[in-house]
Design a protein around this ligand. Structure first.
Ligand SMILES: [Zn+2]
Length: 98
């Protein structure tokens, strides 16, 4: 019997992923980003790169975690911002396609 069949892991979330996606959306919509390729490949590469440079913050997403989320967001937002902007720059300069 596999662990995935025995337990439901849907509530296990990496907060870093949520924060990176939010920040990615903000930064890709900025004027500075208007000439950057935003195809599926590039945006996924940017996201993967940003997430690999950050520490994961896994938690079990249940009620009562709003406070923890807000705290993490405050403590972590500068790190997330610079990880995302570095990743956008790197992939934009070096896309995996022509
Ligand atoms: Zn692209």
């Amino acid at each position: 019997m596999g662990i995935r069949e025995s337990y439901n892991f849907e509530n296990l979330v990496n907060e870093s992923e949520r924060l990176v996606l939010e920040q990615m959306e903000v930064q890709l919509e900025m004027d500075d980003s208007k000439d950057i390729c935003k195809c599926q490949d590039c945006v996924l590469d940017m996201t993967a790169l940003a997430l690999n440079t950050l520490k994961p913050h896994y938690r079990v997403s249940l009620i009562g975690t709003v406070y923890a989320q807000a705290t993490l967001e405050n403590l972590y937002s500068d790190e997330v911002k610079s990880a995302v902007s570095d990743a956008i720059k790197k992939i934009a300069d070096n896309p995996s396609h022509d």
